[in-house]
Design a protein around this ligand. Structure first.
Ligand SMILES: C[S@@+](CC[C@H](N)C(=O)[O-])C[C@H]1O[C@@H](n2cnc3c(N)ncnc32)[C@H](O)[C@@H]1O
Length: 223
C-alpha cells in the first residue's frame, strides 16, 4: 500500500475522523493526565485536526491550527466564539511568538520527516515557563508492523508516517529550548478492548495487548 501524504489523507479522512480509535482514545487519556490545569491559560493546539480536543476546556483562550481545511471544517467547534481555528503548517505557525502558556501538538509530528522545525515553532510560540506537550505514534508500534491507516469509501489507506526515536524528539526539543520533563506511553490493554470487540477483532486484541502505541512527552519552555 502506498502511503498518502498527510494533506491528501486528511482531506479524505475528514468526514469520518470524528470516530475515536483505540490510539486516539489512549492518546487523549495520556495528554489529559500530563496537561496542567488550563483554567485562565492560553492554549494552542498545533495540528488540531477538527479541533475536538479544544472543546469544553476552561482555558482563557484557545487557538487551533491545522494544515487541512477539510479537517477544520469537519469539526463542531468552528462556530464556538471561544475557539479560533486557522489553516497553517506546524513548521511555520501563523502566530506571534510567546503567545501561549500551553501548546499541544498531538499525533502530528510523525507525519513530518524532520521534527526539528516542529519543535522550533512550538518553542517560539510558547511563553518562557510555559509547557509544550507532544504525542506521537509509538516507534515500537511501527517496529511491530503497525501502520497509520483509515478507511474512506470502503478503501483502506495508509498515511505517511516517519519514525522519530525518543532521542530525536529530545535533541530537537533541546535545540529549540524545550526541556523534557515527563515521558509517558500507553499500550493496548483493557481500556481499549471495546474498540476491538466492536470491530469483531478480539483475536487481534490478544495479539496486540501490551504493545505501546502512543508516546507522549511534556516539555518546559526555558528562558
Ligand atoms: C492524527 S490527526 C490528529 C488531530 C488532532 N491533533 C487530534 O488529536 O484529534 C493529525 C493532524 O495533523 C495535521 N497535520 C499533518 N501535517 C501537518 C502540518 N505540517 N501542519 C499542520 N497540521 C498538520 C493533519 O491535517 C491532521 O489533522
Amino acid at each position: 500500500m502506498t502511503a498518502l501524504a498527510a494533506r491528501e489523507a486528511y482531506r479524505l479522512w475528514a468526514p469520518t475522523y470524528v470516530s475515536e480509535t483505540a490510539i486516539t482514545a489512549l492518546e487523549c487519556g495520556l495528554v489529559e493526565a500530563m496537561t496542567p490545569p488550563l483554567r485562565g491559560r492560553r492554549l494552542l493546539d498545533a495540528g488540531c485536526g477538527t479541533g475536538r480536543r479544544l472543546r469544553g476546556t476552561d482555558a482563557a483562550s484557545m487557538v487551533g491550527v491545522d494544515l487541512s481545511p477539510e479537517m477544520l471544517d469537519a469539526g463542531d467547534v468552528a462556530n464556538d466564539p471561544a475557539i479560533s481555528l486557522l489553516v497553517g503548517d506546524v513548521r511555520a505557525l501563523p502566530l506571534p511568538g510567546a503567545a501561549f502558556d500551553i501548546t499541544w501538538c498531538r499525533l502530528v509530528i510523525g507525519h513530518l520527516p524532520d521534527c526539528v522545525p516542529v519543535y522550533a515553532e512550538l518553542a517560539r510560540v510558547t511563553v518562557p515557563g510555559g509547557m509544550a506537550i507532544v504525542s506521537d505514534f509509538h516507534p515500537r508500534a511501527h517496529d511491530a508492523g503497525h501502520r497509520r491507516t483509515f478507511r474512506s469509501d470502503g478503501v483502506v489507506h495508509e498515511v505517511e508516517h516517519h519514525v522519530h526515536a525518543l532521542t530525536d524528539h529530545r535533541a530537537a526539543a533541546a535545540m529549540a529550548g524545550l526541556h523534557l520533563v515527563e515521558i509517558r506511553e500507553a499500550a493496548i490493554g483493557p481500556a481499549v478492548r471495546p474498540f476491538y470487540d466492536r470491530a469483531d477483532r478480539l483475536a487481534l486484541y490478544d495479539e496486540h495487548v501490551g504493545l505501546p502505541v502512543v508516546l507522549a512527552l511534556a516539555f518546559l519552555r526555558e528562558g
